[in-house]
Design a protein around this ligand. Sequence first.
Ligand code: ADP
Length: 581
Amino acid sequence: MKEQLSFFNFSLKKILDLEPDSFKRAKYQIVFTIIVFSITKALIVLPFVIKYHQHLQLVRIVIIVVVLLAFAKIILYRPASLLVISHIMIMMSLVTIWSNLFAYVQAINVFTIQLIFLATLVSYYLIGGIQAACYSALAILPAIYYLLARHTVFAHINMASQEVNSTASDAVVVLNFVSFLFIHYLYYRAFHKNLREKEALNLQLQSNVIALNALAESRSLFLSTMSHELRTPLNGVIGMAYLLKDTALEEQKDKLNILEFSANNLLSVINDVLDYNKSELGKIELEAVPVSLPELLKKIHSGLELRAAEKHLDLVLEIDASLENIWVITDPTRLTQIIFNLAGNAIKFTDEGMVKIKITLHELLGDKAIFHFCISDTGIGIAEDRQQAIFDPFTQASSDTTRKYGGTGLGLAIVKRLLSLFDSTIELESHSGKGSVFKFPLTLPLCQTQLKVVAEQKADASYLKGLKLLIVEDNRINVLLLEKLLSKWEVETVIAWNGQEAIDQLQLQYFDCILMDIHMPVMDGYTATTSIRALADQIKANVPIIAITASVSDQLYAKIRWLVCKIMCTSHFSPNNCLIS
Ligand code: ADP
């Protein structure tokens, strides 16, 4: 609403058109109703006052009419003055009630009762709250006092007004009642309008929520499709670089290393963006499996050793001795992701000195325990005023970080979100140029059964030699890559370009395993797998099938799981024979 209209504005409609709030519109209408009714009443009474030479009444009426006209003009000029004028009008009615009772009429006549009623009504409708309660009390109080004291102090006071019998007085009483009805009606109408507006808003909100959900779904689908479309060629690049290194000349190897490094970097950026998107949509669910924390940390440590060695850094792993025989129930993949991110950063932002990964058992609480994780480094450190911001997505400590070290600024945002799933928060202590310490506690349930650490088997491709594999894939680059990789391990391969060709091939010969793409023309991976599992030849029907896909969609994983369950229910097929790669 505008603060000020033209001084020559005489239209209430203009104010009402500008005011969007139905309750405020009703307030303007109520004030103008009171003004119009009061002036009408004054004009009705005026001839009688003049006729009977009631000079005091005459002065009173003239003053009231002038003041009310002035109020009307002020509101039409400055609509924002409505509240102040409402207060003044209520105070004026209080003065009239008090002066009527104790000075002028010295009686509770029907006008006074009507005035008390009007003051109370208008206080709540125009002002409301504690102020309205005070005004109402001030309006009622003199009447109560008068009724209590009339037998003593006011014994002589006349209960009836002399004016009540006159025709003018009757007209005023009727007008007062009509004004009450009208004020009630205005407020009721505003109330109803407001209710309808709220209902319309609710409907709008509901449809917005539906639209937003659809948008989030389509965004998730878009990212999943993009991930598929980006990862497939990228895997081709990484795979080919890997294969080329075997036959490349010495001077070409460096270039291939750079190619492989850049493609891997791009892949990790894509993975970060997808992970962040997934966590934003609340689609990450933690697994709960028995984990030996020392073993998990040792694996992370060996995974990072090469990176640290390349920068001549000491990568120290410090594990509390009391942890050796303790197993906990947690999500190893997500915990690894957190520590890998923090320790990876520590290596990235440290040029000399050391990076330390430390875990201590802080407290045993019956069937749970609190562990403290700490990743520290002697690197570049983080300025104090950036220590909060770096946990925000796409934010780095300084503007030259990307130029010097690369990165997207998503790693710590993912860490923070993942830790919130573990009901934990991360703490940072750091000084520019003196290194950083990232710490977080985890309360994890203890695994009651004692488990043994299975010795890690070194990846050995020799046992693949002589196997016969069916590759079901429509992407030529993937086929080429798989063929080259598998031929390196002396695995015999047969290609099927879609699900139907896979079934045809299986009719002709036996395979040790099938690598099955999901989305293919003619027949997709789901239908082909279902048909294979239904084959009469039990050896062919139970051939292990590994699904290969670059998609990260949850729906896809759910569909594969559903397919596995469905096939298990209708055959003797073992779930171990179906994997997702
Ligand atoms: P990215 O490493 O991809 O830039 P992160 O979210 O992992 O994104 O980190 C955000 C920023 O926090 C980094 O860009 C860097 O400026 C700062 N940072 C994180 N870890 C460290 C560390 N150990 N030492 C110094 N700065 C760090």
